[in-house]
Design a protein around this ligand. Structure first.
Ligand SMILES: *Cc1c(COP(=O)(O)O)cnc(C)c1O
Length: 479
């Protein structure tokens, strides 16, 4: 094999990509595929001698035809997946090509500086820290962003109590209390369990009907805390899109001397929009934030981000040192000092490309357009007898309930089953894809509009398909 083989194969990959992108807007979005079919296409014994690389690519492309969900297409509304902006996707290809082990400046200077520049842009754009220095790490996702931020919080609070947690661990340490909202994302609990805080050793603040922390109850919860405390708030509930009342949470947290972390996996990007940033008012005063590039910024997977308004604590919690790693010279930034990993993909290139290709205005427009489309989607569905919207549509999320009774009377159990049946029918039909959720004791469909390429026409087509599936399910039930 030689590098001319690589060049030939990349041209082949480019042809596969071209065909994929040409078909993407019109192909069925995510029809379920039997697992046996994919095992047939991909399985079999490990080859004894290697196969021709072009045949290997063709095999993968064949399996992808059956088993790749069109998550980057305009009518995928599952989870909060985002898409992949053309510039970000292309930069990601180049990232694979250059294959920088981006732990340090020395092994990937351009990667280190792309991160540095993108980090400064984001801190400015999102207004984080209000003038305090803010450090940034490029992680695999928001879960590791939450982990990193909470590790920095653990360092800062225990250092203040005279305890070096990185050296001595948690055994015998002063106890740190953790306060979360009742609707905190599962990812926060995973981060807490990995950090030795435990995922059940928490104080919970109740949430309101939209999933927002009841901030008026926070002062009493904090007053009951024995030692140093961390408060985990949320910007963007994963079902409703609602924001915790951050200004009030900041006030209570500051009054207690606690650390405020905000899990804002997608909601943080609302702070980039002059029209929407009121939803996140106060967020700039938190101590740490975790978000995703791979959600609303429309960078490909894997792209998490963490920001900490205490660079010294962030660095102390994450840096590693070994003589051979030749750490940065004065003024250079080593990416690995701000994340849990050492060797890692040069994640900064794609984030940099997304930000540079959108600009401040483009990002605001992307976020605002998605929110307007979510509102339009909700209005269309709500106009259909027997479909209800369960949340206040304040952002890009819509929670939809389907009633067997076209009059819209809710039958708790019957409509749980009916809603699930409609969701399955919509997924099977293939015009669009949305997942199910359990929201306030009800089964419902969860729609997230977070892709740069979604248009009004996509919303109309998708709403039509959902309404058709709902009517057909009702007709089948009566028959
Ligand atoms: C998606 C999400 C996470 C987890 O992010 P990953 O990138 O999947 O690790 C955490 N919190 C919220 C609110 C989310 O929406």
């Amino acid at each position: 094999m030689t590098y001319s083989d690589s060049r030939r194969l990349l041209a082949q990959a480019s042809r596969i990509a071209d065909a994929y992108l040409a078909a993407l807007p019109e192909r069925p979005v995510g029809r379920p595929v039997p697992v046996a079919q994919l095992r047939d296409l991909l399985g079999g014994p490990l080859p004894e001698t290697g196969e021709a690389p072009d045949a290997v690519l063709e095999r993968l492309a064949g399996a992808a035809e059956q088993g790749v969900v069109a998550t980057t297409g305009p009518r995928y509304f599952g989870f909060v997946t985002g898409g992949s902006l053309p510039a970000a996707m292309a930069a990601d290809w180049l990232t694979a090509l250059w294959d920088q082990p981006a732990f340090g400046y020395i092994a990937g200077p351009a990667a280190a500086v792309a991160e540095e520049v993108a980090a400064a842009w984001m801190v400015e754009l999102l207004g984080l820290g209000e003038g305090r220095p803010v450090s940034t790490g490029f992680t695999s996702g928001c879960t590791m962003g939450n982990f990193t931020a909470l590790a920095a919080a653990r360092h800062a609070l225990l250092a203040k109590a005279g305890w070096d947690v990185e050296a001595k661990g948690l055994f015998g340490a002063p106890e740190v209390e953790v306060v979360v909202g009742a609707e905190a994302h599962a990812s926060v609990f995973l981060a807490l369990q990995m950090l030795g805080f435990g995922r059940a050793r928490l104080r919970q603040v109740p949430a309101d009907a939209q999933g927002r922390m009841r901030a008026e109850e926070l002062p009493a919860v904090l007053a009951a805390c024995q030692g140093p405390a961390i408060v985990c708030a949320q910007a963007g509930n994963v079902n409703s899109g609602a924001f915790d009342p951050l200004a009030a949470i900041v006030e209570a947290t500051r009054a207690h001397g606690a650390w405020l972390h905000v899990d804002s996996a997608f909601g943080l990007w609302a702070a980039a929009s002059p029209k929407l940033k009121h939803l996140a008012a106060g967020i700039e005063q938190a101590d740490s934030w975790a978000t995703d590039g791979h959600k609303w910024l429309n960078v490909g997977y894997d792209s998490g981000l963490v920001f900490v308004a205490d660079p010294q604590a962030h660095h102390a919690a994450m840096s590693l040192s070994a003589a051979y790693l030749l750490m940065a010279q004065e003024g250079e930034r080593d990416p690995c000092d701000w994340v849990p990993e050492a060797s890692r993909r040069a994640r900064g290139f794609a984030v940099y490309a997304a930000l540079r290709s959108l600009g401040r205005r483009g990002l605001a427009e992307l976020v605002e357009r998605n929110c307007a489309l979510a509102g339009r989607f909700a209005k269309r569905l709500a106009a259909e007898p027997g479909i209800s919207i369960l949340n206040d549509v304040v952002l890009n999320q819509v929670v939809v309930r389907f009633h067997a009774d076209p009059g819209g009377r809710d039958d708790p159990q019957g409509d749980d089953a009916f809603s699930k049946a409609v969701i399955a029918a919509v997924q099977q039909e293939g015009t669009c894809w949305a997942g199910g959720t359990h929201w306030r004791d009800r089964e419902a469909m969860r729609i997230s509009v977070s892709n740069w390429s979604t248009t009004e026409a996509d919303i109309e087509r998708s709403a039509d398909a959902i309404i058709r599936c709902c009517r057909a399910a009702r007709a089948a039930k009566v028959a």
